[in-house]
Design a protein around this ligand. Structure first.
Ligand code: G6P
Length: 612
């Protein structure tokens, strides 16, 4: 949840730490801090934004070639300066930054208190730094071993970086559950929880695995061990990203940029996988698991937030196109309800960040029970990607805006490709039908582009409804998950209460809410159930609800009933979420802007939820 950056090398650490932290600030944080070591350890931390830390740093001597930096999203203890990281040990010799939760912190804290330790903060992190100090003092070991031994006593998740006054040329980093990578350049190292922080410094990275501890020493090779003291060989990978992906490129917000990137991101997700000329789909990442999927007793798709909505689209796709039964699970529920899992089950875990704690834990549980785990992730090398047996990356490019947009459509693209591939192998679609869908999918980026031209029209609607207190979103079939996603977008960034519902279900409750003040967004592009949708629109109309309808180009019936109509190009129904999602993203965006909300960084939310 929080984010980490650290540096050791020949450059000044301060600007590197600040650049790394600023690149992640858009993801939502509440306090921040740095520690830099020159002749002595200097710490600066504050509640609030990085600009406040920068203001504090004015006039301070922050020279030094080794340092750690952190931005926090509060879990244990409110967001204030005391609870901000880095945390110092009792003697003030050791400084530590931490991302994750130490679950047994209360018992560790009580034990340390009984030995005379006092605590300045309410955090679980301060317990860990004191535990390390206690071990170093009593067992006469170096910092590397002290961290290692301490982590054997810890229950929970962590990505940490530790520095010490007594060993000035060394950083110790470790992870379990959270992500942590070490960028390696000539004699210098960049440690980060997110690759975004180190783009532009080096492309050579080592991802730490669970329960690995790294000793990073100036001008020395990296040393890796497990917390049980087994030697490990660092495995160097290449980071594929450049600085331009971190800029807004002329857009007012990252979210708007990312909405408008969708023709490209959708295209990138299909590149090399869709072959319209042959009428086939290939997904290299899951090639070896295709038979497993075909023979699976069932497929369980799981995720959180927007990714969970993608799972719902996946359920419709797999059952409709490939005739494979699918269950969709909130990862957070699945992990705690003693689920029945067998070796014949295939799990498809979906996550933009690849770091969502609940999704990771649910996957781990299913893996232990013998299931095959496939991942659909956007971040290459992320924890979820690494925990999966196989999978497909979405290739949407870094998503900075907290509200997920291009990652969602890219996830849907991968699910469409997977379902089509299974249909191809199982023969559940005729060659002709497969060819029709594949051909249509190949031109969908152009149709997304055309749909984006509706942005101006959504501003008019946004202006009309920006002061509404509630919204209903209705859809059927493939448009039901889209309705949920549209409602989620609006509540995330505009703080207007919004609910998504299957259109036919409104009779069982939500219809009681409809009056002249209730805007109702209705997705009406379905072909098979068009008449049914018209009836649902009539039901809303009869109660004087204000109807904003998403229709196919050329629609005439809905026009007669709706207050506002947004047209999207006609397409295959199985592909329609890729188009109907777009106006809902734009509507949420423009309403939030008109309400003066912080679109890229909505209150209380984080881009990557690495705590449960
Ligand atoms: C957070 C983000 C959402 C995201 C969800 C799941 O709540 O704010 O945008 O959908 O986490 O994240 P994931 O990275 O697993 O897709």
């Amino acid at each position: 949840m929080s984010a980490i950056i650290a540096y050791i090398g020949h450059q000044e650490a301060y600007p590197i730490l600040m650049t790394g932290l600023k690149r992640l600030e858009f993801r939502g944080y509440d306090s921040t801090g740095i520690a830099i070591k020159d002749d002595k350890l200097k710490i600066l931390k504050t509640k609030g934004k990085i600009s406040e830390l920068e203001a504090m740093a004015q006039g301070e001597d922050l020279k030094g070639h080794i340092g750690i930096g952190h931005i926090r999203w509060a879990t244990h203890g409110e967001p204030n300066t005391e609870n901000a990281h880095p945390h110092l040990s009792h003697s003030k010799n050791i400084a530590l930054i931490h991302n994750g939760i130490i679950e047994n912190y209360a018992s560790l804290r009580a034990e340390l208190q009984s030995r005379g330790y006092t605590f300045r903060s309410d955090t679980d992190t301060e317990v860990l730094v004191n535990l390390i100090e206690d071990i170093q003092k009593n067992e006469f070991v170096d910092l590397f071993d002290a961290v290692r031994i301490a982590l054997n006593q810890v229950v929970g998740a962590y990505a940490i970086v530790v520095m010490s006054e007594e060993d000035p040329d060394c950083l110790i980093a470790a992870r379990k559950g959270g992500s942590l990578l070490i960028g390696v350049a000539n004699g210098e190292y960049f440690i980060a929880s997110d690759p975004t922080s180190i783009i532009g410094y080096t492309k050579n990275v080592v991802y730490l695995d669970d329960e690995e501890v790294a000793c990073i020493r100036l001008n020395h090779d990296l040393i890796l061990r497990t917390i049980r003291n087994q030697e490990k060989t660092p495995y160097m990978e290449t980071l594929e990203a450049n600085l331009s992906v971190l800029e807004k490129g002329g857009y007012e917000h990252f979210m708007l940029k990312e909405i408008f990137e969708q023709p490209n991101s959708i295209h990138d997700s299909m590149r090399g996988r869709l072959h319209p000329e042959l009428g086939v789909v290939s997904l290299g990442g899951i090639l070896q698991y295709e038979q497993k999927i075909l023979n699976a007793s069932r497929i369980i798709m799981m995720g959180c937030g927007t990714s969970w909505h993608a799972c719902l689209v996946g359920e419709y796709l797999f059952e409709d196109i490939a005739r494979i039964p699918v269950e969709v699970e909130y990862a957070s529920e699945f992990r705690y309800r003693n689920p029945i899992i067998t070796e014949n089950d295939v799990i498809i875990a979906i996550s933009q960040s690849g770091e969502t704690a609940d999704t990771l834990a649910a996957m781990e549980l299913a893996k232990k029970k013998g299931a095959t785990i496939l991942g659909i992730c956007n971040v290459v090398g992320s924890s979820i990607a690494r925990m999966s047996h196989a999978g497909s990356y979405t290739h949407a490019g870094p998503e900075i805006g907290i509200a997920s947009t291009k990652a969602f459509t890219a996830q849907v693209v991968i699910l469409i490709l997977m379902a089509l591939r299974m249909a191809q192998l199982k023969g559940t679609l005729t060659k002709m039908r497969l060819m029709e869908i594949i051909t249509e999918l190949s031109i969908i980026p152009d149709k997304v582009e055309k749909t984006l031209q509706k942005s101006e029209q959504t501003i008019t609607i946004a202006t009309e409804f920006k002061d509404s207190r509630n919204f209903l979103y209705l859809g059927r079939g493939y448009n039901f998950p889209v309705a949920l996603e549209g409602a989620l977008k609006l509540k995330e960034i505009s703080y207007i209460h919004a609910e998504g519902y299957p259109a036919a279900e409104i009779k069982h409750g939500p219809i009681a809410l409809i009056d002249k003040d209730m805007p109702v967004v209705i997705l009406a592009t379905n072909k098979g159930t068009y008449e049914k949708i018209l009836s649902n629109i009539q039901e809303v109309k009869a109660r004087k609800g204000r109807i904003i309808a998403i229709v196919n180009e050329g629609d005439t019936e809905v026009y007669k009933l709706a207050d506002y109509v947004i047209e999207v190009p006609d397409t295959e129904e199985v592909l329609s979420p890729l188009l109907t999602t777009i106006p809902l993203q734009l509507l949420a965006y423009h309403i939030a802007v008109l309400r003066g909300c912080n679109v890229d960084q909505p209150r209380n939310l984080s881009k990557s939820v690495t705590v449960e």
